[in-house]
Design a protein around this ligand. Structure first.
Ligand code: ATP
Ligand code: ZN
Length: 285
């Protein structure tokens, strides 16, 4: 039987979430050991633990069928392969930054200057798009110290909170791209692997839908029932059952996480009582 070979980061910011997303999709790895290859007992899959930078190449070379990387790594090294699914975690951005005392005048500020980065491909693409001629100085780590030690006038690097930039006396001047974890793959997978991948994506989407939603139960006064139902339409429509006490109904529905607090407040204002909110483990979408 064919196995789906999936490459994930061996150790780093993506590893824990990558393992847990597979686990929630029913793929348990043999004692979670960080071996090069681990075979799941419950699903025909093989997991390869690699440096994130190497994953696009392994997918291109068919050593792995799919991989989980940051979109930034995909943009830098992912030629000939494609994004199969966005995963929504490890969000960050790729930005240009310059010393904070410099006055920024737009992309042309970088003309003739030296920029330190670990992402020369993305940076060159940006500079070309803006018709800026700058010198790219590729370094593999600690990019943020480059201006301070006179190695470059600006940097292009990953930013999440921006605190690393501030503590190095830098200001963020351009956001070149936003990034999140993605599943990458080739578009020429055989039918059997494609079916395994589709099954895996279905599982992952069900888990993601579940974590983005809550199950809600409440008691509603009947004269406000229509307004309450409008607020929590659920997957199809809410379940409404009469309570033993006349004039009241029990309403069950599904509520998305991002609207959660606002809707709870509106429900209370409409007289809803006994509101219970329960996590959903899997939601088949
Ligand atoms: P490796 O040893 O595997 O090469 P690495 O040092 O290149 O690891 P990490 O720092 O573990 O990589 O980051 C992996 C990915 O996580 C990055 O490519 C990026 O997509 C994302 N990432 C990096 N920094 C942050 C951050 N501060 N916040 C959120 N996501 C981040
Ligand atoms: Zn890396």
């Amino acid at each position: 039987m064919e196995k789906l070979k999936i490459a994930i980061q061996k150790s780093g910011r993506l590893s824990e979430k990558s393992v847990s997303i597979l686990k929630e999709a029913g793929i348990s790895m043999t004692n979670g050991a960080r071996k090069l290859i681990s075979v799941s007992g419950t699903y025909p899959i093989e997991v390869l633990y690699l440096r994130d930078d190497d994953i696009p190449q392994y997918v291109r070379d068919k050593v792995a069928d799919i991989g989980i990387v940051g979109e930034n790594v995909f943009a830098e090294k992912g030629s000939d392969i494609e994004i199969v699914e966005r995963l929504g975690f490890s969000r960050c951005r790729m930005s240009l930054a310059i010393p904070k005392q410099e006055k920024y005048t737009g992309p042309s500020w970088f003309a003739g200057k030296k920029i330190a980065t670990s992402y020369p491909v993305i940076l060159q693409r940006y500079l070309d798009a803006h018709d800026v001629n700058a010198e790219i100085h590729e370094i593999s780590g600690s990019v943020e110290i480059a201006p301070g030690i006179g190695l470059a006038e600006g940097i292009f690097d990953i930013v999440s909170s921006g605190s690393t930039l501030i503590s190095n006396g830098l200001q963020e001047v351009e956001v070149v791209m936003k990034s999140e974890a993605v599943i990458i793959g080739r578009n020429d997978m055989n039918q059997e692997k494609r079916a395994l991948l589709n099954d895996l994506l279905f599982r992952i989407k069900s888990v993601q839908a579940a974590t983005n939603n809550k199950y809600i139960l409440l008691n509603a006064p009947n004269d406000k029932l229509d307004e309450i139902i409008d607020l929590i339409p659920g997957m199809k429509s809410p379940t409404v059952m009469p309570l033993a006490e006349s004039g009241w109904s029990s309403v069950h529905s599904v509520l998305s996480e991002d609207q959660f607090w606002q809707i709870i407040n509106e429900l209370r204002a409409l007289g809803a009582q006994g509101i219970l909110v329960i996590p959903i483990e899997k939601m088949i979408v």
